[in-house]
Write a protein that binds this ligand. Structure first.
Ligand code: MN
Length: 150
């Protein structure tokens, strides 16, 4: 099972993401702030991180910076999930260590596309291919919490 960590301080948004991901067959882990997210990444080694930008303790920019600075975690695909959708925000985010960008309110098909794109890039079979044995799957790794809407 492919593990996806949701780091998001808003409980309603976490629940929405969890439902969308579980419906697509992913195993979902949740963190409510940036510090908890970093802790869970170290503990559970998810295959992908959906990272809110506006969070208490550590915001998404601080979290992705620490991930990129850590050789064990540096290759983790990280997707920003944020209401910061002004002109220039996407570029700023993609220049800050994120691999992808999803704006709120979330578009479910855009979520699916980002997951398929990034998990394929990192060697995971696409969700739609999960029934098959992935010849290119990477080695399996050892195998889960409210706030503002940013
Ligand atoms: Mn937030």
């Amino acid at each position: 099972m492919i593990k996806v960590l949701i780091a998001e301080d808003n409980a309603v948004n976490r629940e929405l993401l969890r439902e969308l991901l579980e419906a697509r067959g992913y195993t979902v882990l949740e963190a409510c702030d940036g510090q908890e997210a970093l802790h869970m990444i170290e503990q559970a080694l998810p295959e992908l991180l959906l990272l809110d930008i506006g969070m208490p303790v550590l915001d998404g920019f601080a979290v992705v910076r620490r991930i990129r600075e850590n050789p064990r975690l540096a290759l983790l695909p990280v997707v920003a999930v944020t209401a910061y959708a002004m002109r220039g925000d996407r570029e700023k985010i993609l220049n800050s260590g994120f691999d992808g960008y999803l704006s709120k309110p979330l578009n479910p098909s855009a979520l699916t596309e980002e997951l398929d794109r990034l998990l394929a890039k990192s060697g995971q079979p696409k969700h739609s291919d999960q029934a098959r044995v992935g010849q290119h799957g990477r080695k399996g790794r050892a195998s889960g919490a409210s706030g503002s809407d940013t």
